[in-house]
Structure formats: C-alpha cells, structure tokens
Ligand binder design. Structure first.
Ligand SMILES: NC(=O)c1ccc[n+]([C@@H]2O[C@H](COP(=O)([O-])OP(=O)(O)OC[C@H]3O[C@@H](n4cnc5c(N)ncnc54)[C@H](OP(=O)(O)O)[C@@H]3O)[C@@H](O)[C@H]2O)c1
Length: 254
C-alpha cells in the first residue's frame, strides 16, 4: 500500500488512533497533515512520522469546534502540499450523560464528533474530487448499538449521525470518484476513557473486564484500528464505499 506523493489529513492526530494512523501512513510514504490541540503530542507524533521516510509532516493546531480553525486546516494544507488525497475524520471525545443531564451535552457531542467532520469534509470535497481521493470517518460501535451500564447517550447519537453521514456522502460523491467509509472500533486502549471523565481506577476496571469477557479475550489496540483505516484509504479498497467496518474483538454481539 504505497501512499507516495499522497497527502493525508488526519484529525485527532496528537494521540491514540489518530497518532497510530499518522505514523502508519508516514511509513507508507504519505505526506501527512497532523491536526490536534495538544502541541506536545503533535510534535511527538511528527517526529515519529519524519523518522519513517524523512518526510516532514505539516502540523496544524486547531480546535475543531471553531469554524475558523477548521477552515485553516484546508487552507494551510493546500498552501503547503497543494492537494488532498485522503481525509481521516478521527477526532472525537466521549461525552457521558443521559436524557436528564441537559441538552448541552448533546451540543458538545455534536459540535466535536459530528459538525467538524461535516464542515471539514465539505471544504475538502473539491480537492478530493480532483485527486479521486477518499474519506475515512472514525466512528464507534456506540453509533450502532446502545452502550450498557453507563449513560453515553450524546456520544452514541453523535456517532450514529456520523455513520449516516458516511453512507449518504458515499452516494453523493461516488459518481465523482470519491469513496467514503467508516471504521467503527469497540473499546480501544487510548486516552479516550480518561478524556471521557473516567478515573484511572474505573479505566483499569473497564479494561480488565473487557480483556476477560470479550469473545477474543482482549481489547483492540490503536495500531490495529490504524491498519484498517490505511486499508480503506488505499487503492486495495477501490470497490468499497459507504461501508461501516467494525473492529471490536466481537464486542458488538455480546
Ligand atoms: N478508544 C476507544 O475506546 C474508542 C472506541 C470507539 C471509537 N473511538 C473513536 O476513535 C477516535 C479517536 O479516539 P482515541 O481513542 O484515539 O482517543 P484519544 O486518544 O482521546 O484521541 C482523541 C483525539 O481527538 C482530538 N480532539 C478531541 N476533541 C477535539 C477538539 N475539540 N478539537 C480538536 N481535536 C480534538 C484530540 O486532540 P488533543 O488531544 O490534541 O486535544 C485527540 O487527538 C474518536 O473519534 C473516538 O470517538 C474510540
């Protein structure tokens, strides 16, 4: 899977799945654009990307709930690299809560997990049509079924919306040669759980339970999710569009 001369924009590239994907794309000779807020994380990932094939990544610090920041991602990418071949809408945050916890949680979930993907993709579309490129959205099994034992309503809704975005956009852009797919992980070992407001002890309990009870008796690793993203973004997946790929060690069917 050679990404030589291909420009790959990855949101949420400062940690977890996005960081693993960025390093994997860089290893396949891609020119990567790293988007995130945490500068230390972005710089660490950039160093690893550069070590892969000597290609310096473009770092763009952006708060995705601010439209101007989102616009800056496309403007800076085009200024530096002149094209976009792959857009990975990966950034996201786990928002806990139920229906009685206020509509603000819904707004936060949509404004982080859905709206930036919509806006960023809309701005990238002319370039993706030019390059016959593709989009990979990072959603979740939480978009496909409710999460048991913990209130996660706003997050689940935002990821369900992202899945429908994937399907509808694939229909809209297919005739222009642009593919759109989704990778939907189950529990994956990243900073996600802590960023969703769980304590370290709760996180360890959750990981331990999943390692013991998932059908494959292990949790997903971020580089495994990155492998799937890379595959879908590559020419090997040239007949795949509008598809939702679950990677979860069997969690969906428990
Ligand atoms: N880990 C899991 O169990 C799991 C399961 C299913 C789906 N997912 C999905 O996988 C994706 C990646 O998550 P992860 O597991 O890799 O978690 P993570 O390590 O917490 O990474 C989340 C990334 O999103 C970025 N981000 C979050 N809010 C942002 C905002 N407002 N503006 C800009 N960047 C923002 C973060 O950037 P900064 O750190 O720089 O702020 C970070 O790079 C998410 O969409 C998540 O919903 C994760």
């Amino acid at each position: 899977m050679d990404f030589c001369n291909k420009v790959v924009v990855i949101t949420g590239a400062s940690s977890g799945i996005g960081a693993s994907a960025a390093i994997l794309f860089a290893n396949q000779s891609a020119k990567v654009v790293l988007v995130g807020r945490n500068e230390t994380g972005l710089n660490e990932v950039a160093t690893k990307c550069e070590q892969a094939k000597g290609q310096k990544p473009l770092i763009i610090k952006a708060e995705l709930s601010i439209d101007e920041d989102v616009k800056k991602i496309i403007d800076n990418t085009i200024e530096v690299f002149g094209r976009i071949d792959v857009l990975v809408n990966n950034a996201g945050v786990g928002i806990r809560g139920g229906i009685r916890d206020g509509v603000e949680l819904y707004d936060r979930a949509m404004n982080t997990n859905m709206r930036p993907a919509y806006l960023l993709t809309s701005l990238a579309v002319p370039y993706l049509i030019n390059s016959k490129g593709n989009v990979v959205n990072v959603s979740s099994v939480a978009g496909m079924r409710p999460i048991r034992d913990v209130d996660f309503l706003p997050y689940c809704i935002s990821k369900a919306a992202l899945d429908q975005f994937t399907r509808c956009l694939a229909m809209e852009l297919g005739p222009q040669g642009v593919r759109v797919n989704s990778v939907n992980p189950g529990g994956t070992k990243t900073a996600f759980v802590e960023n969703a407001g769980f304590s370290k002890a709760q996180m360890e309990e959750l990981y331990d339970a999943r390692d013991k009870t998932l059908p494959l008796r292990k949790m997903t690793q971020s580089d495994e999710v990155a492998d799937l993203i890379l595959y879908l973004a590559s020419d090997r997946a040239r007949s795949i569009t509008g598809s939702i790929y679950v990677i979860d060690n069997g969690e969906m069917w428990m």
